[in-house]
Design a protein around this ligand. Structure first.
Ligand code: WT7
Length: 656
């Protein structure tokens, strides 16, 4: 914890935005959601969530909607049984929709695959038969590190079908990061690929997963999908080709029903300490809220919409809004393998035009990148198929919101700014399209069935116009069921701050406007948000000090026009490095990429001789942030040594 943690979130950047965009009469007339839902859910929450759970097909019904007696461990749809993969795949085929396209898969080099629900059923069944043949049993963990290939989705659904718990690790994470996640979950199997296409070139993958699995005794097999055809290292007996093991399997597989609380997946996310948390999600409640929110927030019409979420399956957005929500709802979607500027900066718009995408869900960092590339790029494509836009991952600044609406949405379609977290499993706060008058930059209101509040230090709700901490006041179906193997940390991180009130502490600062709408203000803990990716300052600091030349390091998230926040590190070196200071800094950046992954590479590393500390030895990141953001330095009265800031700034300005 640093010195500024625990203080009220910075409220000095309260938005003065006052534009509002009411839904068009045309959109409102056809909207899935209705204003009545708020009242219905308030009047009878259990009845409301019962109705949402009935979107799914259950093998046996529950006896109780929610059991909160063992709080903070919730049970939803107690005693109910279902198979998650059956709900995402088979039931659509049984309903006669086998020919409907589930996934229009677009490879980065230009190859493509059309996957119908019937194809999906065959492919998932084959994969499930293969995993069963490898001896995996319900409850076992399976790690997946793969690019955005159809097989990644087959793998997740095959796990769900067998009751195996998947742990997907983003492809950009380093071998060290993968190894610690495999060890923490004691995964028996790793599914990966030979390589991946990235920015127009094949890039290796198996080499790095091999580095990770060199010391992971729990891994029995590595199942490898062929993507690039590159020559790869091979460990006989342990490594198996996907095509050897899966292709020969029977195309049918009978799914077994599991308890609503059967674990579905673990997904690691950064916390305030160096060690990532394995966020645990379970089956019935998670799928219920995934299906409900995907239908209501994106106004999905499965017969006619073409939906596209640009996230990677390595993040929660990919889990809930590429795999589980859309497929549970029988949607047709685009899945794209690559980067948005390969082979040119119009790639996304070209895909929207070519596939007639109607719903597009992306992150503010990409919208700001599109702004930088220029509005002439989207203007060169026919984007008239679009009818709804979504945003997720960080607060969207009003300029970006307006640009998104104008240059991608043709100034005519709704935007939903969706607030949620890995821990919440699904969208919690968002406008309802066709219902809500949208305000650029505000996520606005908890969804029907969700209860959130902004409270002060004492846990008391603040008044309209006031700011404080965002909390969730009642359990929700897709809430995390714990941190894998660490009950204490689960209680401490989320439930101790407002223990008396029993509120879930989200870690975000927020304010109400005069209408009571919610504006998110960013994290109030030591977690940075870089391009919508959560990275903890401590994690980057530990990576830096693990390098032999670094004596001490402090990391802050500084405002960045494109990525939201950029990582700025201050380091004290042990001894004068041999080469130039530039070479030392560049080596440190590469070291962080190696330890955590390229997404954690600091934007800037500043070599200093001192760090500002309080008398109790806590680093005052607030003052470092002032330097990183080129501001006048704030109050230094709690510094142990008041001369330190001068030493630091002089040292930096003396640099050539
Ligand atoms: C943190 C959660 C939810 C999927 C992607 C990120 C920030 C997320 C918004 C939004 C303002 C947002 C919060 C949150 N965040 N969406 N619409 N407006 N902030 O998931 O990695 O678990 O990060 O992302 O700070 O706590 P995550």
């Amino acid at each position: 914890m640093t010195e500024q943690s625990g203080q009220s979130p910075a409220l000095d950047n309260l938005s003065t935005e006052s534009r509002a965009f009411p839904p068009s009469a045309e959109f409102a007339a056809q909207a899935n959601a209705s204003a009545q839902w708020y009242a219905d859910a308030d009047a009878d929450r259990d009845a409301f969530w019962t109705k949402q759970a009935e979107r799914l097909t259950w093998a046996s019904k529950w006896s109780k909607v929610v059991d909160w007696d063992d709080a903070p461990f919730a049970k939803w749809f107690v005693g109910g049984q279902l198979n998650v993969a059956y709900n995402c795949v088979d039931r659509h085929v049984e309903a006669g929709l086998g020919d409907r396209v589930a996934i229009n898969w677009v490879g980065e080099p230009g190859d493509s695959v059309t996957i119908t629900y019937a194809d999906l059923q065959r492919n998932v069944s084959k994969a499930a038969n293969a995993l069963a043949e490898l001896g995996l049993d319900a409850g076992d963990r399976v790690a997946i590190q793969m690019p955005m290939l159809p097989e990644a989705i087959y793998s997740m659904l095959a796990c769900a079908r067998l009751g195996l718990v998947h742990s997907v690790v983003f492809g950009g994470f380093s071998p060290t990061a993968l190894r610690s996640r495999i060890d923490d979950a004691q995964a028996r199997l790793l599914i990966t690929s030979d390589g991946q296409y990235r920015r127009g070139k094949p890039a290796p993958m198996k080499e790095s997963t091999d580095e990770a699995t060199a010391e992971t005794p729990s891994i029995e097999h590595v199942l490898v999908v062929r993507r690039t055809g590159a020559e790869i290292p091979w460990t006989e007996g342990r490594d198996l080709w996907w095509h050897d093991v899966v292709d020969k399997q029977p195309e049918t597989h009978t799914p077994e029903a599991f308890d609503a609380e059967h674990p579905l997946f673990i997904l690691y996310t950064s916390g305030t300490t160096g060690k990532p948390k394995g966020i645990l999600h379970s089956s019935g409640g998670y799928l219920t809220q995934a299906a409900y929110t995907h239908n209501a927030v994106f106004d999905l019409k499965p017969e006619t919409d073409v939906y596209w979420c640009t996230a990677d399956i390595g993040w929660i957005t990919g889990h809930t809004y590429i795999v589980y929500g859309p497929l549970a709802n029988g949607a047709t979607q685009v899945v794209y393998e690559g980067t948005p500027n390969t082979p040119h900066e119009g790639r996304h718009f070209e895909i929207i035009q070519q596939h007639g995408v109607t719903i597009y869900y992306t992150a503010p960092t990409l919208i700001r990148t599109f702004m930088k590339w220029g509005e002439q790029i989207p203007a060169g494509y026919d984007l008239s198929s679009l009818r709804l836009l979504g945003s997720v991952g960080e607060p969207i600044n009003p300029e970006a919101w307006i640009w998104y609406r104008k240059h991608i949405g043709g100034d005519r379609i709704p935007i939903v700014d969706t607030w949620w977290q890995t821990e919440t499993g699904a969208i919690m706060i968002s406008p309802l399209p066709g219902v809500t008058e949208a305000k650029p930059g505000s996520a606005q209101r908890p969804l029907p069935g969700i209860t959130a509040a902004i409270v002060d230090e004492a846990g008391k709700q603040v008044r309209a116009g006031g700011g404080g901490y965002l909390v969730l006041t009642q359990p929700w179906p897709s809430m995390l069921r714990g941190i894998w193997g660490d009950e204490e940390r689960f209680r401490e991180t989320y439930w101790s701050r407002f223990a008396d009130e029993g509120f879930y502490f989200a870690g975000d600062g927020a304010k109400y406007d005069a209408d009571g709408d919610i504006w998110l203000l960013g994290r109030i803990d030591d977690v940075m948000n870089v391009s919508g990716h959560r990275i903890s300052t401590t994690e980057v600091e530990s990576a830096l000090v693990s390098h032999p030349t670094v004596a001490e390091a402090a990391v802050v998230g500084a405002t960045d026009a494109t990525t939201g926040q950029g990582i700025v590190a201050f380091v004290i070196l042990r001894n004068r490095p041999e080469g130039t200071p530039e070479a030392a800094v560049s080596e440190l950046r590469d070291h962080v990429a190696k330890e955590i992954g390229p997404i954690a590479k600091p934007r800037q590393i500043l070599v200093v001789t001192e760090l500002p500390k309080t008398r109790s030895g806590k680093i005052m990141r607030r003052l470092l942030r002032d330097i990183a953001e080129n501001r006048e330095i704030g109050d230094t009265t709690t510094l142990a040594d008041s001369a330190v800031m001068n030493l630091i700034t002089e040292g930096l300005s003396n640099k050539p």
